[in-house]
Write a protein that binds this ligand. Structure first.
Ligand SMILES: Cc1cc2nc3c(=O)[nH]c(=O)nc-3n(C[C@H](O)[C@H](O)[C@H](O)COP(=O)(O)OP(=O)(O)OC[C@H]3O[C@@H](n4cnc5c(N)ncnc54)[C@H](O)[C@@H]3O)c2cc1C
Length: 405
């Protein structure tokens, strides 16, 4: 760290965890992220032998995939203090945003399985925890071609109801429809947390959440999505045609009731986004600071020019503000037992906007080199840009928060 961090209260265990993830980030995640980002065809990212699989396997060997799982399922939820959880996410975000999402979302459906009393689903949660080879990979199928922001803003309006629908026939849901090309890990996942429209008249409130094995007859995939940022995160459509899903896999048949009861507790996805993009913002700052010390113009390192120094000061202030808010929000969510969705949305907004602004200013400090593929900053900039759209477009989050002010 090139400047002092306000982490003086960390215990030795927390520091050891942070340092372990930082090493993993620097030695495995960041280099793999750069390599995968440079592949021209996103199909190469998921090809056998690509470094993506190395990242997955090493992540699991370190046991980091167990963090959201209770000890009952072989996980480490009860043993991992909230600050360590925060540090893991921030360090991973610092290393590579796209890979952090890919690794994070890969546990999602299996974590949901913990909510079910069904022995088959409970066994699936356990199998994920034990899986160090990345044979089980999850995704989150929510966005549809016709419904993006509607998932957050659509409410009970039937015009916003999901297009992918399920109808209960006997002991099975018959599912038809598609999820959009934005499904992270959609191309490689074995299971999806699948948001399904069940009661059209209730709009988005009439949805249910299923755990859907993606090898069921009637399921097919799209090709890997090509995009400008977070390229190591592979994404693709999921199509369902007359898919028969056993009723017990619809683990949340009434979303509105589930949310009304406080959801599943723990951290909402936006909370993790806030923390990881705080990490990415810091990565952009560190790249700029290092470059400003090395690059000589006017006979001195450009850091000595007051315009650069003041720019770096402003960037540091913004990064620290975003990280501080993210940390406070994350710890509150973990310790209060009732996560604040409002603050999670604010945190996601603040960290992603900060990461983008700071990465953009960093490019200015790099001059022409900031645009060159030789330096990591242009990738960080592209990765940060995607953050302002994923998991809820920032304007939509702002509207949702403002409505509750
Ligand atoms: C990197 C990345 C990863 C992602 N991962 C996943 C994933 O794992 N699973 C998944 O299902 N999806 C995923 N998404 C999809 C993401 O959640 C959506 O892109 C996002 O919710 C926005 O939806 P949209 O792209 O359809 O934009 P739209 O909803 O079409 O929005 C377009 C614009 O219109 C504005 N707008 C839309 N509706 C309103 C309204 N009611 N009022 C005011 N303004 C409005 C928005 O603010 C935005 O500026 C991912 C996206 C990205 C970029």
């Amino acid at each position: 760290m090139p400047y002092a961090d306000l982490d003086y209260q960390l215990t030795e265990e927390q520091k050891a965890m942070r340092d372990m993830v930082r090493r993993f980030g620097a030695e495995v995640v960041r280099p793999a992220g750069i390599e995968l980002d440079n592949l021209a065809d996103p199909a190469e990212v998921i090809a056998k032998g690509s470094s993506l699989w190395d990242v997955f396997r090493k992540f699991r060997k370190l046991g980091l995939h167990k963090r959201g799982f209770s000890k009952y399922f072989g996980g480490m939820l009860e043993d991992l203090d909230p600050m360590s959880g925060y540090l893991i996410t921030e360090e991973l975000g610092y290393a590579d945003a796209g890979l952090t999402i890919s690794l994070g979302v890969s546990g999602m459906p299996f974590a949901y399985c913990q909510l079910s009393p069904n022995p088959k689903l409970q066994a699936l949660a356990r199998a994920y925890v034990e899986d160090e080879e990345a044979n089980l990979i999850g995704c989150w199928g929510i966005t549809e071609p016709d419904h993006g922001s509607d998932w957050g803003l659509g409410g009970e309006d039937p015009k916003c109801a999901p297009s992918l629908r399920g109808v209960l026939k006997g002991d099975r849901y018959i599912i038809n429809g598609q999820k959009s090309a934005w499904v992270s890990n959609g191309t490689i996942a074995t299971h999806s947390t699948l948001h399904v429209g069940l009661d059209h008249a209730r709009g988005m409130m009439g949805q249910g959440i299923a755990i859907c094995p993606l090898d069921l007859p009637g399921i097919s995939r799209g090709k890997p999505l090509d995009k400008i940022g977070q390229r190591p995160l592979n994404q693709g459509e999921i199509f369902c045609e007359e898919v028969e899903l056993p009723q017990e896999y619809m683990i949340i048949p009434d979303y509105a009731k589930f949310i009304g009861a406080g959801g599943r507790g723990g951290q909402p996805p936006m909370s993790g986004m806030a923390v990881m993009f705080g990490g990415l913002a810091k990565a952009a700052l560190d790249e700029a600071l290092r470059y400003a010390r090395e690059r000589i113009q006017g006979g001195v390192p450009i850091f000595e020019h007051k315009n650069i120094k003041l720019k770096l000061f402003e960037m540091m202030m913004q990064v620290e503000a975003a990280r501080s808010f993210a940390r406070r929000m994350y710890l509150y969510n973990a310790e209060s037992g009732a996560a604040s969705m409002l603050h999670s949305m604010m945190g996601k907004w603040l960290s992603t906007e900060t990461a983008f602004k700071v990465a953009s200013e960093a490019i200015q400090i790099f001059g022409g080199n900031g645009l060159s593929k030789e330096y990591a900053i242009e990738k960080i900039f592209r990765d940060a840009r995607a953050g302002m759209i994923e998991d809820g477009v920032n304007e939509s989050l702002a509207l949702a928060v403002a409505d509750q002010m």
